[in-house]
Write a protein that binds this ligand. Structure first.
Ligand SMILES: Cc1cc2nc3c(=O)[nH]c(=O)nc-3n(C[C@H](O)[C@H](O)[C@H](O)COP(=O)(O)OP(=O)(O)OC[C@H]3O[C@@H](n4cnc5c(N)ncnc54)[C@H](O)[C@@H]3O)c2cc1C
Length: 271
């Protein structure tokens, strides 16, 4: 690992000031992606600004009918929050299914969303629920936030403060885990609202998380368990790697869609 200087601000203002005055600086939440990247010299920041000592960034609360989850909330905090369990049980289940115990103790929702790994679980929930990313500068709709592979609409040194989720009538998540990495090879999050349905896929798309717009329209017309039966999944932009061909992944997306639909209100995990 290359040498760097560690900074520990206690307010958002301090974090912003540090990021604007220091050269080649990076934010750190739990460090679960950042530190392995630094150990392999894939990331070589001169300054690391640790966000974990800024108060209130891990609060989970309800505002009107929306669920607001602070960016520093760890996966275990989201999974065990009674508020999340009551309002969006599939989201609590998704958080509790990420990685292993150590990962869930350190990894954060803000870090996961900022990183936008194409196989990460959270982006499917944020896009599938039509969430809003609240930063120190503005609010960004999920549809505008996930730009591409490991790419988001965040400006340099913009800090995610929280994610806002509208409460759905019901939501479901199903994923097929990679046996080695445990990240989903395909994960499908479905959310049903009064007057709309949203479906988001993670783990499968070359540009990261994406929506199944045609299925959303079909489900809005008729929300039936077997809506995935005749679903055509285009292989054009799917990932092909040592774990799965494009055709295999397309079939996984279809199968996970079926499981999410038939288990709304909960999550289904396959490995
Ligand atoms: C062994 C292992 C297994 C894993 N398995 C899974 C899995 O199955 N599913 C899954 O979804 N994930 C998985 N993860 C990812 C993990 O859950 C974390 O969500 C992810 O690594 C991000 O970690 P972090 O929150 O510590 O962010 P960090 O590593 O601290 O930061 C990640 C990136 O986001 C930026 N960043 C962090 N916080 C903010 C913020 N508030 N505002 C702006 N930018 C920010 C950082 O600058 C950095 O670029 C796994 C990780 C490991 C190490």
């Amino acid at each position: 690992m290359s040498p760097m200087t560690y900074h520990r601000p206690t307010t958002l203002g301090q974090a912003k000031e540090l990021s604007q005055t220091l050269e080649n600086a990076v934010f750190m939440s739990g460090g679960h992606t950042l530190l392995p990247a630094m150990k392999q010299d894939l990331a070589t920041p001169d300054h690391v600004i640790d966000l974990s000592h800024i108060g209130e960034l891990d609060a989970i609360r309800v505002d009107s009918n929306d669920l607001i989850i602070g960016a520093m909330s760890t996966h275990v905090q989201v999974a065990t929050s009674t508020i999340v369990q009551e309002l969006i049980p599939a989201l609590a289940g998704l958080a509790g299914s990420i990685g292993d115990r150590q990962v869930r103790q350190r990894g954060t929702i803000g870090g996961s969303v900022a990183n936008n790994d194409p196989a990460a679980d959270y982006p499917s929930a944020v896009l599938g629920l039509g969430g809003t990313i609240i930063t120190n500068l503005r609010e960004i709709r999920a549809d505008d936030f996930f730009v591409g592979l490991f790419e988001t609409a965040l400006e340099p040194f913009e800090i995610i403060i929280a994610i806002r989720f509208p409460t759905p009538l019901s939501a479901g998540y199903a994923k097929f885990k990679s046996p080695a990495a445990r990240y989903p090879q395909a994960g499908v999050f479905i959310a049903r609202f009064e007057g709309s349905v949203r479906v988001a896929v993670t783990g499968a798309g070359q540009s990261g998380v994406y929506r199944l717009v045609q299925l959303e329209k079909n489900l809005l017309e008729s929300f039936v368990d077997d809506a995935a039966a005749n679903l055509e999944i285009s292989t054009e932009n799917l990932i092909e790697d040592m774990y799965a061909t494009k055709d295999y992944r397309a079939n996984l997306v279809k199968t996970m869609t079926h499981h999410a639909l038939t288990h709304m209100g909960t999550i289904s995990i396959f490995k």
